[in-house]
Design a protein around this ligand. Structure first.
Ligand SMILES: *Cc1c(COP(=O)(O)O)cnc(C)c1O
Length: 487
């Protein structure tokens, strides 16, 4: 039976249900699997003829012993029926060596839907398994895409509410409108005066606030997280790497056992961590390339062994990657240090106290084997979008462009999979600017490219704005209590 252990301490391992319901371990650590389920050549053979929903249910069932494959399959079928494509994770050839993995066919047009359409099912199943009686309030801080995806995933679900904080001015116009016009009876959205790291810290502080916890508990509520540190976000993401590998076999691009390199546009390190998990399970992945924008803390760590956040956070054209503290990186530290929780706890304390930590030479060497890091600035992103468009008539968003540029620099003889994380129509201003389209509107971009934007992004400006508040960081706990009518 698989169990999960905190990346920071030696407490008792917990079940998957507990890890999913609580999000964070009591010592502030992240729940990590204690064993890797194995993906043998036989299991890949079994997965080849399956649908995406079946592959996903199979892979998640290897980690979660509380839920059966059949039950998971009913969840994955329902979750991925909300996508506008029969395969929620289709491949698209970009060049002889590069294939895109398009993960933005869900209801919010970004890859976070793959996990966040499924998370409500996993969470509800966990509540049932554990006999939890309270209602669950999901709190999320968002740099743009998580918030909307969480709202869509949890809207109108019984026993759940969802509240999202986003940094004022730190998300694209489309992203902001997507959130402020959100429908549903159990949802709330609010801007904060600060950047994404402030929002994320503010949410963490609410989780640690005893007064808030008591008020909620008295009223029959508990808090849970939909941020990418939740195990229930990570597991669904493993499936698309395995599924892509299967599809590449089926289409004849690779044969089983051939290494597949992967480049991932990275923010909180959740997406690329899922690739690492798939590789640990035995999926024949080659190099894992971590692509960052100008906020290149991860690139510098992978080059120097020093994780240093004593610097400014820059707002870039790829806002979902504007992050200094990549929360899921803690899991990588745990696994690559051979499960040295005491070391991880020390490094995390240094990070919050001193703003940096240094890896030992041996830990750095393990990272060198596991990951490659590189980054690019906004001008390069813009040029990449325009070059790719001219050469192939493929339109990519700024996040994907970061990854495509970095992937092109790190090609080997192996085929390269580049994870495409958002629809370009989600970032109309910067994509239009890159292509020289003077009026940055969705319609103008559609006309120029002769492509159709996803239906979920059409006519956003005409929808009713329901959430307009912008508050200071210290007011965040009060805002949540108000939302739940507990003041
Ligand atoms: C969230 C996000 C990312 C970063 O993913 P992580 O799992 O946080 O590393 C990249 N691109 C887009 C479009 C996103 O929404």
């Amino acid at each position: 039976m698989n169990q999960f252990i905190s990346s920071r301490g030696h407490q008792q391992p917990v079940s998957g249900a507990e890890a999913i319901l609580h999000g964070l371990a009591p010592d502030g650590g992240l729940y990590c699997p204690t064993v890797w389920p194995t993906l043998s050549p036989d299991s890949i053979g079994k997965l080849l003829p399956m649908s995406y929903a079946e592959r996903s249910a199979y892979l998640i069932s290897l980690f979660l012993s509380d839920v059966s494959y059949e039950e998971l399959l009913s969840y994955t079928r329902e979750a991925y029926a909300t996508f506008d494509n029969a395969n929620p994770a289709p491949l698209r050839k970009l060049s002889d060596s590069i294939t895109l993995l398009d993960l933005w066919h869900g209801p919010t047009a970004a890859f976070k839907d793959v996990a966040l359409q499924l998370l409500p099912f996993l969470l509800t199943a966990s509540v049932k398994t554990l006999g939890e009686q309270r209602n669950v309030c999901i709190l999320a801080a968002t740099s743009g895409d998580t918030g909307k995806a969480a709202l869509e995933g949890f809207k109108n679900r019984d026993g759940c509410a969802v509240f999202v904080f986003y940094p004022q001015g730190g998300v694209s116009q489309v992203q902001q409108l997507q959130m402020t016009t959100q429908e549903g009876r159990n949802v709330g959205v609010c801007a904060i005066e600060g950047n994404f790291d402030n929002a994320q810290t503010g949410v963490k502080d609410i989780f640690a606030d005893a007064m808030v916890a008591k008020k909620l508990d008295d009223a029959g509520w508990m808090l849970s997280s939909a941020n990418s540190i939740n195990l229930g976000r990570l597991l669904p993401q493993i499936a698309y790497y395995v599924s892509a590998y299967c599809d590449l076999i089926t289409e004849g691009t690779i044969t089983y056992g051939q290494p597949l390199d992967v480049t991932v546009p990275t923010g909180n390190f959740g997406n690329i961590l899922a690739a690492y998990y798939a590789k640990q399970m035995g999926l024949p992945l080659g190099r894992l390339v971590c692509a960052s924008n100008r906020n290149d803390v991860l690139t510098r760590f992978l080059q120097t062994g020093v994780y240093d956040i004593r610097r400014e956070l820059h707002l870039t054209s790829s806002p979902s990657m504007d992050i200094l503290v990549s929360s899921n990186f803690e899991r990588a530290l745990f696994h690559l240090s051979g499960g040295d929780a005491a070391l991880v706890a020390t490094l995390m304390t240094s990070l919050s106290k001193d703003g940096y930590y240094s890896a030992s030479q041996s830990l750095k060497a393990t990272f060198d084997e596991a990951f490659i890091g590189d980054s690019c600035d906004d001008a390069t992103v813009s040029k990449t979008i325009s070059d790719i468009w001219s050469a192939t008539k493929t339109l990519i968003d700024p996040h994907t462009a970061v990854a495509v540029h970095v992937a092109q620099k790190h090609l080997t003889k192996s085929p390269m999979l580049v994870v495409s994380t958002a629809s370009p129509f989600k970032f109309v201003e910067s994509v239009s600017d890159s292509l020289g389209v003077t009026a940055p509107t969705l319609t103008a971009l559609e006309e120029f490219t002769e492509l159709r934007a996803p239906a979920c992004l059409q006519a956003l400006e005409t929808r009713e704005v329901r959430f307009q508040d912008c508050i200071s960081i210290p007011s965040m706990p009060q805002k949540v209590l108000q939302f739940l009518n507990l003041t």
